[in-house]
Design a protein around this ligand. Structure first.
Ligand code: ATP
Ligand code: MG
Length: 270
């Protein structure tokens, strides 16, 4: 049997096919690679392991003597995997952007069977956790995404229409003029943690979307495929990104198992 492993900055993802050709997916924190080793030991029928991701060296330190190892660079694995997952859902875009929101964010342009990394930003899933922890003390991802869904950004973000009170706005009034911008220009009050975290998600989502759209316009690509575990079960962040992408006249695409693109690509590379 063969498996693919993507050892990322935060999470290590494993993907393989069962006897019915169904994808089986599992996740470990990247700071516990021994757990990955034990998982492999408990699956003695594994012969080949495809590996990718920034923590590959650390992973190989733990597992390299075990099986036949096949390495593929992270961006190639991710794009191979995302192409597979897109086709599986019936999407065949001539040109598209792929935005991978991992610990950090990488943006790729995909055209037919070719792809190139066009840019990225340090604003990503790590930023979401880091800023949420610093502002509210909450560090657990699942708690963060649940609280965000109950939060309200209205009292913290400054919208264009808040500035242009009673006037016509030169751009869409619902756009954010300044993330967190209301705090500094209104009387200081303590905001609920839910609202702060929702606003952090707004900042992270909007920075990533804005940058993705700039590249999409440069490359003349209509569709932007957003992937990465930062979007896992995170309806609030997904909505921020979807709405902002549509407001700016592009089409957001979300696919199943997107967080495992790298692991799937490493598996396909064997
Ligand atoms: P990179 O690709 O930048 O090296 P990575 O591959 O580890 O990092 P992903 O696994 O795609 O990145 O996403 C990591 C992000 O997903 C975290 O920063 C966090 O926001 C979110 N996340 C989702 N599930 C969890 C979890 N169980 N524990 C921690 N973070 C999680
Ligand atoms: Mg990754």
């Amino acid at each position: 049997k063969a498996i693919g492993i993507d050892a990322g900055g935060t999470l290590t993802k494993i993907a393989y096919l069962d006897e019915h050709n169904e994808l089986i997916l599992t996740t470990f924190p990247s700071n516990d690679l021994l757990a990955v080793k034990n998982w492999i030991i408990n699956h003695p029928d594994i012969e080949d392991i495809g590996v990718t991701g920034g923590r590959t060296e650390q992973l190989l330190d733990v597992i390299k003597t075990m099986k036949s190892i096949h390495y593929i660079v992270e961006f190639e694995a991710t794009l191979k995997g995302v192409r597979f997952l897109l086709h599986k859902e019936g999407y065949f875009f001539e040109r598209s952007m792929i935005t991978n929101i991992g610990t950090g964010t990488s943006i790729h342009y995909m055209e037919g069977n070719t792809n190139i990394r066009v840019g990225g930003t340090g604003v990503g899933g790590g930023t979401l956790i880091g800023l949420s922890a610093l502002t509210t003390g909450i560090t657990d991802y699942n708690e963060i995404r649940e609280m965000a869904s109950k939060g309200n950004r209205e009292d913290i973000d400054l919208l264009v229409r808040d500035i242009y009170q009673g006037m016509d706005t030169p751009i869409d009034g619902h756009l954010t003029a300044s993330n967190f911008g209301k705090v500094g220009i209104t009387e200081f009050v303590k905001h609920p943690a839910e609202d702060i975290i929702a606003t952090v998600q707004g900042l992270v989502g909007e920075v990533i979307t804005t940058l993705s759209i700039q590249y999409a316009e440069e490359k003349n690509a209509q569709h932007i495929v957003y992937i990465g575990s930062t979007l896992s079960n995170n309806d609030h962040l997904t909505r921020v990104i979807a709405n902002y992408t549509r407001t700016k006249k592009h089409t957001p695409i979300f696919i199943n198992d997107h967080g495992f693109s790298g692991a799937v690509g490493a598996l396909l590379n064997i």
